[in-house]
Design a protein. Structure first.
Length: 536
């Protein structure tokens, strides 16, 4: 009953958002954050909070610094700067962001505020930055979450307290928690605020994050289809719905979402930093590449990659940009099973600070290794597996998301295919299954539409190549539960069902693949195989 009520409320959000957003200056949604700052700066402060809720952190910081310039006695302006350097569901702040955030928090405490509520907001963000040299990111994030829980308890009528508390819960949700306790708790809080604030950008945004999981994604569809209408000037708001579209295999909607996001991000950066690319643009391009590849629209995917190659400098050299630069070309080669192309991949742009994002560099090395193993280049594959192990060791124990386990899964996958190439089938299957099990323990990071290649899909392909069609079908179907309408999994399930003698299932999966690729712009051999089966 609660789920149904939440769905109805979110549907109301869709209807109300389209009517409300056009009245908002800047088209960023409606935010009502009461402060004791001078009346003249309050609109600028509200704009900063709206930007913050759409994760437009750089622009939010600019807005808050301008408020502080106009009203030096506004301690909450410095709170905003500190908040702009803390990214709860992204990567932990780097050293520069930590320093900037702590300086702003100290400034906020020094300037002070005229109300106890504002002092509590300032105190809450200070708990995150305090003792950063002694406490790791997670401990400080949990301290901030606890402070926001208390603030929400003290001020139950304050919508921003509720919404920021919901975000804090999402920021501390363990990636290994398959019951999604924090996410569901956040959704309940957001649900209560929705009826009073249907045009608020943070509610729609954080509902999407709350349900960005295969078992829950259906619940976020209304929010996904409303957020872009609430804040159409935000590249992230235009992109964020594609998280849910990707979870549900709604590739057409994902494509349109990311085309709009990339274009808006590109237009913005041309204005503020001519000659640079936008990290928001790259983020959308990774999702766009993934969606095109699932529909067999390889020419369009290639166009996205060609444009990506023209980008040499960025508005922000952050983890989202690093991920897109590495993931998109790796997907391009591996999704199409072009093993030699995968072997020959290299990092682009060369001048990017890759050493700051070793887990993204690992994706290129993984693609090289897998390509080498499946091309019979065993020594190269072994060398690439060793390189992955070195990266794993370097990032093990780092704060934030557990990238080390995913890199280890990649290493094991390459090692498994080396073993298969050398005729050690039983060892290969054991190692590949262990790789899949390890990857399954941790949910994907919000930065990615999905693994470059799911380890369980690689296991299914190995089983099929080993003549175990029935067992392969089980694994392909498991992949499809997590990633509906995934091209390689649909083809693999159809082929495995055929090998296993289940013609009905083979027909069903191949028919879905045919429908999925009705607008394909290339002729992949997998489609030819499906069409040949269906024509019999």
């Amino acid at each position: 009953m609660k789920a149904f009520t939440f769905f109805i409320l979110l549907t109301a959000l869709v209807l109300l958002a389209d009517e409300g957003h056009k009245h908002e200056a800047g088209k960023l949604g409606t935010v009502k954050f009461e402060t004791s700052c001078e009346a003249a700066v309050r609109p600028g402060f509200q704009r900063g909070v709206a930007l913050l809720h759409s994760f437009w952190y750089e622009e939010a910081e600019k807005a808050f610094r301008e408020v502080a310039r106009q009203d030096p006695a506004c301690g909450m302006a410095h709170w905003g700067v500190a908040m702009s350097n803390y990214h709860p569901v992204w990567a932990p702040p780097n050293k520069a962001e930590l320093a900037s955030g702590w300086a702003a928090a100290e400034k906020a405490m020094a300037v002070g505020a005229k109300t106890g509520r504002e002092k509590d907001y300032i105190g809450a963000i200070a708990t995150f930055y305090k003792d950063a040299e002694k406490l790791d990111h997670r401990k400080r994030s949990l301290a901030y979450e606890a402070a926001m829980a208390e603030l929400h308890r003290k001020y139950p009528a304050d919508p921003e307290a509720a919404i920021f508390y919901g975000l804090a819960l999402l920021g501390t949700a363990p990636a290994t928690d398959k019951e999604y306790k924090n996410q569901k708790k956040a959704a309940v809080i957001l649900n209560k605020e929705l009826a009073r604030n249907p045009n608020h950008p943070g509610i729609a945004h954080y509902v999407i994050h709350s349900y960005d999981y295969p078992a829950l994604a259906e619940m976020a569809l209304p929010a996904a289809r409303s957020y872009a209408k609430i804040a159409p000037d935000s590249p992230h708001a235009l992109h964020m719905p594609s998280h849910i579209f990707t979870r549900l295999g709604l590739w057409e909607e994902s494509i349109q979402s990311n085309i709009a996001s990339a274009a808006t991000a590109k237009k913005h950066v041309e204005h503020v930093k001519p000659g640079a690319g936008a990290f928001d643009q790259l983020h959308a391009m990774d999702y766009l590449t993934y969606a095109y590849l699932q529909m067999g629209q390889d020419r369009k995917a290639r166009q996205v990659l060609d444009e990506m190659k023209t980008i040499e400098k960025l508005d922000a050299e952050n983890f989202a940009a690093a991920y897109a630069f590495a993931a998109a070309p790796a997907r391009w080669a591996l999704e199409r099973r072009q093993w030699r192309e995968a072997m020959e991949l290299s990092l682009h742009p060369a001048g990017f600070p890759w050493r700051n994002f070793r887990y993204t560099e690992a994706m290129i090395i993984f693609a090289q290794g897998l390509g080498a193993a499946r091309s019979g280049k065993i020594e190269m594959a072994r060398e690439r597996a060793a390189a992955l192990d070195e990266i794993r060791k370097q990032i093990a124990g780092a704060s934030g998301y557990d990238w080390a386990s995913l890199v280890e899964s990649q290493r094991m996958s390459v090692t498994a295919w080396v073993a298969l190439a050398e005729g050690r089938k039983d060892e290969a299957l054991r190692t590949m299954r262990a790789s899949a099990d390890l990857e399954d323990k941790t949910d994907k990071h919000p930065v990615t539409p999905g693994a470059v290649v799911p380890a369980r899909e690689l296991l299914a392909e190995m089983l099929m190549e080993s003549g175990q069609g029935k067992e392969a079908l089980v694994e392909f179907e498991s992949v499809l539960k997590e990633s509906p309408n995934r091209f390689r999994a649909l083809h693999g399930a159809g082929k495995a069902a055929h090998i296993a003698g289940d013609k009905a299932k083979a027909n069903g999966y191949y028919s879905k693949l045919k429908t999925l690729c009705s607008k394909a712009d290339t002729k992949r051999p997998e489609m030819a195989e499906a069409m040949a089966f269906l024509s019999r």
